[in-house]
Design a protein around this ligand. Structure first.
Ligand SMILES: *Cc1c(COP(=O)(O)O)cnc(C)c1O
Length: 416
């Protein structure tokens, strides 16, 4: 059975009609007033993903890799099909380069605890940036405290973007890894990761990219980027919670020791010695989130059906509209995000605490996030303890931005 494509059901100027597309997301039918501007924290799920997970449990469920019976073989096939979809989504060369984890946080911890602990020496440097989410700071601090690496932080320029000259100046002969975000979750700053990879590789450093905010917004091609690791989290790409992805270059993964031990990751166990599987299974100890992986595969189908270039165009246009609209509100300051900002509008409203704004916005059914956005060092760089953040998804349109702006105006009057 072929069903009409999403783009033919919801035609629109940028490839699809965002407002009409809301029909694909049951949350909106169940919360008709909702203006959802918190996709940067977690995106809503289309019918297709929700139904796929339920159908999988109803018709094909069994544990993977173990059984010799047909149902288990079928389940394994679906799980590995999902891996292949992720491979295609990132344009990785080989599905064995795709490791299923719980989320971005776990992906980065895996690299720190496995690759980092095995290959870094005391005094070696990991270079991050001021833009990072705590998930790309704390794993390196844990490693620092465990083996004595140095954590070095690349600065921002005066516009809130990564200072490329400063970044280059912080690369040293001891830099072994650059771990950097693709899009900053607290400001929407897009990092020129192609240049970062080129500069880092020229100094012999590996590069890990935190793609949590980029994967739902930009086409990502790990081979073109030439990065060594790329992390993403399923719940931000319209997929389920509990599933994430670590892409790793195969030669790196195959040299890395396991970081968790147990079922699925072994070839042979005696009480003296255990032989481990090849990647990716070596890094997937225990029963994986099978339905999560399958649901993620369906989310990827959904994104690809909409078209990643269309989504990018949609997010760019709406980001531009949002900057324009919010900039006209007196007393509102948008946080700087460098040369290029995508999908995230973080702001300060003079004299009003972000939590108070968010609460007033909620009374207007506008859902945004308030606080430090798990990026306290970046907040400190701006001299703030937190902001209010609106973040965009495929279902948002200009009407949502207008509702946001009206609700901010109401908050401003209330606290005046
Ligand atoms: C959300 C986010 C993370 C953490 O994702 P989890 O799913 O909570 O592990 C890391 N980095 C960035 C840039 C994020 O936006």
């Amino acid at each position: 059975m072929t069903r009409p494509s999403l783009r033919s059901v919801y035609p629109g100027p940028g490839g699809f009609d965002a407002r009409a597309l809301r029909r694909e997301f049951p949350i909106f039918a169940n919360n008709p007033e909702l203006v959802f501007l918190d996709s940067g924290a977690s995106a809503q799920k289309p019918h297709a993903v929700i139904d796929r997970i339920a159908d999988y449990y109803r018709t094909d469920y069994a544990n993977v890799h173990r059984g010799v019976y047909r149902l288990s073989a079928r389940s394994t096939e679906l799980f590995e099909e999902a891996r292949e979809k992720v491979r295609r989504f990132l344009n990785a060369a080989d599905p064995r380069e795709i490791v299923f984890v719980r989320n971005t946080t776990e992906a980065i911890n895996l690299v720190a605890q496995s690759w980092g602990a095995a290959f870094l020496q005391p005094g070696d440097e990991v270079l991050i940036s001021v833009l990072e989410h705590h998930s790309n700071i704390v794993p390196w601090q844990l490693l620092r405290d465990r083996i004595g690496i140095r954590l070095v932080v690349a600065p921002l320029d005066g516009t809130g973007g990564l200072d490329l000259a400063g970044f280059e100046a912080h690369l040293s002969p001891r830099t072994r890894l650059v771990a950097i975000t693709h899009i900053a979750n607290a400001t929407g700053a897009v990092v020129p990761v192609e240049t970062v990879v080129r500069l880092a590789h020229a100094k012999g450093a590996k590069v890990l990219i935190d793609g949590s905010q980029a994967a739902p917004r930009l086409p990502v091609d790990v081979q073109a980027l030439d990065c060594d690791f790329y992390a993403l989290t399923g719940h931000k790409v319209y997929g389920p919670t509990g599933i994430g992805v670590l892409y790793g270059r195969y030669e790196l993964l195959s040299a890395m020791p396991p970081w968790q031990g147990g079922g699925e990751m072994i070839l042979h166990v005696t009480f003296d010695k255990t032989e481990y599987q090849e990647p990716p299974h070596r890094f997937e100890a225990g029963t994986p989130d099978i339905s999560g992986a399958i649901g993620l595969g369906t989310a990827i189908d959904f994104i690809e059906e909409l078209g990643r270039d269309n989504i990018l165009e949609h997010e760019e246009a709406l980001t531009g509209y949002g900057i324009d609209r919010l900039s006209r509100i007196p007393g509102l300051t948008l946080l700087d995000a460098g040369q290029r900002r995508l999908g995230i509008l973080s702001f300060d409203l003079e004299g009003v605490h972000p939590h108070d704004i968010a609460q007033v916005l909620d009374q207007h059914h506008v859902a945004v996030r308030a606080g430090h956005h798990c990026a306290q060092p970046l907040m400190a760089w701006f001299g703030l303890s937190g902001t209010t953040r609106a973040s965009l998804g495929v279902y948002n349109d200009e009407g949502d931005i207008d509702r946001l702006a009206a609700a901010i105006e109401a908050a401003r009057e209330m606290f005046d």
